[in-house]
Write a protein that binds this ligand. Structure first.
Ligand code: FES
Length: 95
């Protein structure tokens, strides 16, 4: 993967906010910068306060094992505080 940051777009559901989402910034930071009122606590991938579900797009994790099960990840659940967008994403807050 290239180290050059890539600019993607993030959109939140159901409030339809749209914001820039750089590939080298945690998705949570982009959501906050874009005005989303997104809950967070640990900001380290363990407490799950920030959990959301991807409706489209993909993310990667800098952590080896963020606090989600394989099944949750397969269902599209993400922890935006430690997730980095690989594509444009549409994400819904909550579990
Ligand atoms: S804020 Fe704790 S897991 Fe994201």
């Amino acid at each position: 993967m290239s180290d050059t940051p890539i600019l993607h777009t993030a959109r939140t559901e159901p409030d339809q906010l749209q914001m820039d989402a750089w590939s080298n910034e945690p998705l949570l930071v982009s959501l906050e910068m874009g005005g989303a009122n997104w809950p967070s606590s640990c900001r380290a991938g363990t407490c799950r306060t920030c959990v959301g579900q991807l409706h489209s797009g993909t993310v990667r994790y800098a952590l080896e094992w963020p606090g989600l099960t394989m099944e949750e990840r397969a269902e599209g659940y993400v922890l935006p505080c430690v997730a980095y967008p690989c594509t444009d994403v549409v994400v819904q807050q909550g579990y």
